[in-house]
Structure formats: C-alpha cells, structure tokens
Design a protein around this ligand. Sequence first.
Ligand SMILES: [Zn+2]
Length: 84
Amino acid sequence: MKADIHPRYLQSEIRCACGNVIATRSTKPSMLIGICNACHPFYTGQQKFVDTAGRVDKFQQRLAKTQAAQAALAEAASKKKKKV
Ligand SMILES: [Zn+2]
C-alpha cells in the first residue's frame, strides 16, 4: 500500500433514528440514518407510520380547508338559486 494516498479507514458507527447502532468500519467516523434493518417494515413485518415532516398533517389541514371552502361555495350557489 502506497503511503499518504489512501483515506483513513476508521472504526465507524451508524446510528439510526430508532436508536439502533451498527458498528462497522468506514472512512467516515459516524453516519446518521433514518431507517435500518431493525425498524424497516420489510424486516419487522409491521406497518410503521413514518411522518417526519408532518406531511400527512399538512395535507389533512389543506383538505379540511378545501372542503370548507367547497361547502361555503355550494351553500352560496344554492342560496343564489333560491333567490332567482
Ligand atoms: Zn432503525
């Protein structure tokens, strides 16, 4: 092995969001991951709800707003029809 041309091959830790820590070796001393074999539904066989950014929440808020607006529009339209 030629000197001073290779990256350092360190003891490395892979830390998952679920708390699982995997010890391995890498040129990086540590890595943070969002999902691993201990918590991925494919390996656990259980459905897991992953909503880190609150996207489902945001969607449901938007849906409620839209439905309210549509209901208001429909009500306004039915009132107009009654007047005419
Ligand atoms: Zn995990």
